[in-house]
Design a protein around this ligand. Structure first.
Ligand code: DGL
Length: 272
């Protein structure tokens, strides 16, 4: 069976991942699904994030996707492993679901000189300790300090990310992170919404700190995955098309998505 690559997020944030993936691999077809009706996921429990994410993955499978990217750190942290280890082998052995945490954790080893890494993410992702565990496995010499930024997603979702009020919340979190570990030289932006705050984050980070927005690395890692898995690569349709689905209002999605994508799109409402 052939079909498009599915990209899932709790809302709009995964569009930053989709954007990077499409820029790198424009030849494939894509389907984006945002569970806007139930976003944000960052504050929800493991069980609930798993249940919601599995529903979305099943829907993307129904839409014909052989491969689904969880373009959401919270879903990757809380649902990916169970989907890969328990759901897929039983119910969809030919399909694959990939996340965004491992490819991001992989790159910091080559970047950090001090071996002190900071992770900024949602409360759910930080509490899951997924980044700490993944980085410790891949780069055992690195110390990881995570800090939740509960105000950042609402700032972006409400279109306040480029307004002066956002400066306070960005500066306060950066300063808190660096006070917890002043030796940090590499900061992972472990939430798909944060690239929209990148200008302000860069402004309040002292020089010498490397910021890691994820899109570029996820796109590189996916390309590498498809190079290594030719059967999967052959099962992706090619046409450069992208369809957008949301669980909330289609017109609302269309308007807000243009903020993330810098282009006009059409969206359809879907029920999970
Ligand atoms: N997209 C989610 C992430 O990357 C953040 C938004 C949410 O909390 O749902 O963690």
């Amino acid at each position: 069976m052939k079909g498009p690559i599915g990209v899932f997020d709790s809302g709009y944030g995964g569009l930053t991942i989709l954007d990077s993936i499409r820029q790198r691999m424009p030849q494939y077809d894509y389907v984006y699904l945002g569970d806007n009706a139930r976003a944000p996921y960052g504050i929800r429990s493991f069980d609930v994030v798993y249940e919601f994410t599995l529903q979305a993955v099943k829907k993307l499978f129904e839409l014909g996707c052989p491969l689904v990217i969880l373009g959401c750190n919270t879903a990757s942290a809380k649902a990916l492993r169970t989907i890969q280890q328990e759901y897929l082998p039983k119910y969809a052995p030919d399909r694959r679901v990939l996340g965004v945490i491992r490819p991001t954790a992989e790159v910091v080893g080559d970047i950090s000189k001090t071996r002190h890494i900071g992770v900024l993410a949602t409360t759910g992702t930080i509490k899951s300790e997924s980044y700490t565990m993944e980085i410790s496995k891949l780069h055992p010499d690195c110390a990881v300090t995570g800090l939740a930024c509960p105000m950042w997603v609402p700032l972006v979702e409400n279109g306040e990310h480029d307004k002066p009020g956002a400066d306070y919340f960005v500066q306060e979190r950066i300063e808190t992170l660096l006070s917890l570990d002043p030796e940090i030289d590499t900061v992972i932006l472990g939430c798909t919404h944060y690239p929209l705050l990148l200008d302000k984050i860069s402004r309040y980070c002292p020089q010498g700190i490397t910021l890691i927005p994820q899109g570029k690395y996820i796109a590189e890692s996916l390309e590498d995955y498809l190079d290594r898995h030719t059967d999967m690569e052959q099962s992706i349709t090619r046409g450069g098309a992208c369809r957008y689905f949301t669980t909330e209002s289609a017109s609302e999605f269309r308007n807000s998505a243009s903020l993330f994508l810098r282009e006009n799109i059409e969206a359809e409402r879907i029920v999970l």
